[in-house]
Write a protein that binds this ligand. Structure first.
Ligand SMILES: *[C@@H]1O[C@H](CO)[C@@H](O)[C@H](O)[C@H]1NC(C)=O
Ligand SMILES: *[C@@H]1O[C@H](CO)[C@@H](O)[C@H](O)[C@H]1NC(C)=O
Length: 274
């Protein structure tokens, strides 16, 4: 058996090409990894417009690969998803009946949305600041860009609810007829592992990696005070009540370093990957 470290690194090497890969290793369930981009990939994002494609379209594409991996793994799989990939994975889990994902690791993903003036934002929308991004994002055309699908401007709640076609749906902020079924699908997972930290530099607020977010005064509301939690719209509260939400916070880790930091792997992930 390879050491966990080389296992993770080995997976990531193929990730750079595949974005989603299944890896079989004796003694471990296969791990499916959805990866958004390392530092190198943030730059290649300019060239590779594919990662900016609408989230639902990416979910569809990943679903196909994931379904065949799950079929080959009757004992179940784990899902390790990084950055934007964490939102793709969550949408997949909610919209895939009968999936057999045991552990879902969300590694530095903006699960509660993104709102911040970051380098990453400047790369995608030069000359914009967070306050004005909603003009670009909250309309039919903006919603064709992935980041707009999880852009959550805390000062534009009604526009967010009206025009955002992705995050309000998977969070159940905007009621839809499939919510009950989606919640059941999501609750098939046995463990949700949320990893992030204050020195991330991209995920803003960083607490979004743990389902916290800004209120309308840009103060942080923790996961348990979020409306989608209190109403248990997509299963988060139930998972937490079951004792199946594990939160892992590390300082000193930049966004592009999460997947290669062995301390993070050992303390936050390894124990859930058996
Ligand atoms: C949560 O429940 C309250 C009271 O029933 C309701 O007014 C609100 O719209 C709900 N919010 C969400 C996000 O479901
Ligand atoms: C790895 O993670 C630890 C915290 O667990 C942190 O102190 C350290 O700076 C990180 N190293 C890198 C290169 O990100």
């Amino acid at each position: 058996m390879k050491s966990p470290q080389s296992f993770l690194r080995g997976s990531l090497v193929s990730l750079l090409l595949l974005l989603l890969t299944g890896v079989h290793i004796d003694g471990y369930k296969p791990v499916i990894i959805v990866h958004r981009g390392t530092e190198v990939k943030v730059i290649s994002l300019y060239n590779n417009m594919a990662s900016l494609k609408p989230m639902w379209r990416q979910v569809q594409a990943f679903r196909k690969s994931m379904e065949s991996i799950m079929q080959e793994s009757p004992d179940g799989v784990h899902l390790l998803c990084y950055s934007q990939g964490g939102l793709i994975c969550r949408a997949l889990l909610s919209t895939t009946p009968h999936h057999n994902v045991h552990t879902f690791i969300s590694l530095s993903s903006p699960q509660a949305g993104q709102y911040g003036d970051t380098e990453y934002l400047k790369c995608i929308f030069p000359e914009t600041v967070k306050k004005t991004v909603f003009h670009i994002c909250y309309n039919r055309f903006g919603q064709k860009v992935s980041i707009c699908n999880y852009w959550r401007d805390p000062h534009q709640r009604s526009r967010y609810l009206q025009y955002n076609t992705f995050l309000p749906m998977i969070n159940g902020d905007r009621p839809n007829k499939d919510m009950k079924a989606w919640r059941e699908n999501f609750l098939r997972i046995k463990k949700l592992v949320l990893i992030g930290g204050p020195d991330d530099g991209v995920i803003t607020p960083w607490q979004s990696s743990h389902f916290g977010f800004f209120d309308s005064n840009e103060n942080i509301l923790e996961m348990r005070n979020q409306e989608f939690y209190k109403n248990d719209t997509f299963g988060l509260k139930m998972l937490d009540a079951r004792g199946d939400v594990s939160q892992c916070v590390h300082s000193g880790v930049k966004h592009v370093k999460w997947h290669s930091n062995f301390t993070v792997f050992q303390s936050c992930m390894e124990k859930w990957l058996t």
